[in-house]
Design a protein around this ligand. Structure first.
Ligand SMILES: *Cc1c(COP(=O)(O)O)cnc(C)c1O
Length: 368
């Protein structure tokens, strides 16, 4: 890939495979893995990530929308793809054309799907989404039983899966157990009626690691596959997949008391060297890391000085002997120093998901 602004993200597919294997070790051999690749595989690049996890043995891919599902098919990947979000009825044709598995949250949608699938004389697999406490898409547990019974009678629909989503597996053990319990009760009631849904799933990353009883027979990890920890202290050895790098494109000496960037929020304390690096909030680097974000240059850690601009960031490197073209690392390793996305998230008062998903299209992804 050719690009002329020296700002890029390195995506280490060997680390991705390592993380996949770590997850595989934590689950029983019969349990399937759906790798969540929504939002361009959490900013890591949909197709290369999807291809890699398929080669590692992923059973399913999870996406947010029909559009993301289409990209996977156009990219030449044929394993089952579950669209996790709700779909409008008008968008059923591409679901059928691209052989995507829709999530079903209401009866109306399933009737429309059945009708269109019938016209093509094609049986379509679906997964039923139950809301056990997330309050997002999904049928309420008390209505789910009746709905599943009805959908189960539709000729061109095969209920392949049923699932729910944990709302606070990172912070609230009681509520997580409550959600799993509600879900279990529903599965049991359906079994009593003779409806045994083949795939049952509820575990996100933390569920996969900390709640074995949330596994059922498929897990849906996202963040951990990318080597990021959704919370501290998880007992799993992950390797971060993404590094964010750029190069020093401008250097100058400025006197003491010189102000840097918009709004003049930073003043130099002594004569010093200010370098400019070509990345900014227009690339998804969080603007609220102004005067806070760390940057590695020549194996040392410096702080961003002044406000982050749309396309450029300044760093006060003191008396460091820098040259144009020296590498600057915003996420990843340099020498013995390291900046992780989790640390940036904490500084930016957000979550690691937000940091990696936010990285824009303007940043080329290089696969290693
Ligand atoms: C995003 C998502 C996941 C994966 O969550 P992580 O916390 O990244 O593991 C799983 N299931 C659903 C329904 C999701 O939307």
């Amino acid at each position: 890939m050719r690009f002329y602004r020296p700002t890029w993200a390195e995506v280490n597919l060997a680390n991705l495979a390592h993380n996949f294997r770590q997850i595989k070790k934590m689950i029983s051999p019969q349990t399937k893995i759906m790798v969540t690749v929504k939002a361009d595989a959490y900013g890591h690049g949909l197709i290369p990530v999807a291809k890699k996890v398929v080669s590692c043995g992923a059973d399913f891919l999870g996406v947010a929308s029909v559009d993301e599902g289409i990209k996977i098919r156009v990219g030449g990947i044929n394993i089952p793809v579950l669209v996790l979000g709700a779909i409008l009825k008008k968008d059923i044709p591409p679901v059928l054309n691209y052989n995507l598995t829709p999530t079903i949250c209401d009866e109306d949608f399933s009737l429309a799907l059945n009708r269109l699938a019938g016209k093509r004389n094609k049986k379509v697999n679906v997964h039923i989404k139950v809301d056990t406490g997330m309050g997002r898409v999904g049928v309420m547990p008390q209505e789910a039983e009746r709905m599943v019974e009805k959908i189960n009678k539709l000729h061109f629909i095969n209920i392949e899966g049923i699932f729910t989503h944990l709302a606070s597996a990172d912070t609230d053990k009681d509520f997580t157990f409550y959600q799993i319990d509600i879900f279990n009760q529903l599965i049991q009631r359906l079994r009593n009626k003779g409806i045994a849904v083949p795939l049952i799933h509820s575990a996100n990353s933390i569920g996969t690691i900390n709640y074995k009883n949330s596994h059922f027979n498929m897990v849906r990890p996202g963040l951990v596959i990318y080597g990021l920890y959704p919370k501290k202290g998880l007992k799993i050895n992950l390797k971060a997949v993404l590094s964010l790098k750029t190069k020093v494109v401008f250097i100058k000496r400025v006197p003491a008391g010189y102000s840097i960037s918009y709004g003049r929020t930073y003043f130099t304390k002594k004569p010093t060297t200010i370098v400019t690096i070509p990345i900014g909030y227009g690339d998804g680097y969080p603007r609220n890391l102004s005067n806070r974000g760390p940057v590695l240059i020549k194996g040392r850690c410096f702080k961003i000085c002044g406000r982050i601009c749309m396309d450029q960031i300044m760093v006060d490197v003191g008396d460091l002997n820098v040259k144009i073209g020296d590498e600057a690392v915003l996420i990843g390793n340099q020498g013995r120093k390291r900046i992780c996305a989790e640390e940036l998230a904490e500084l930016a008062e957000t979550i690691p998901y937000d940091i990696v998903c936010g990285l824009g299209n303007r940043i080329p992804r290089i696969y290693t």
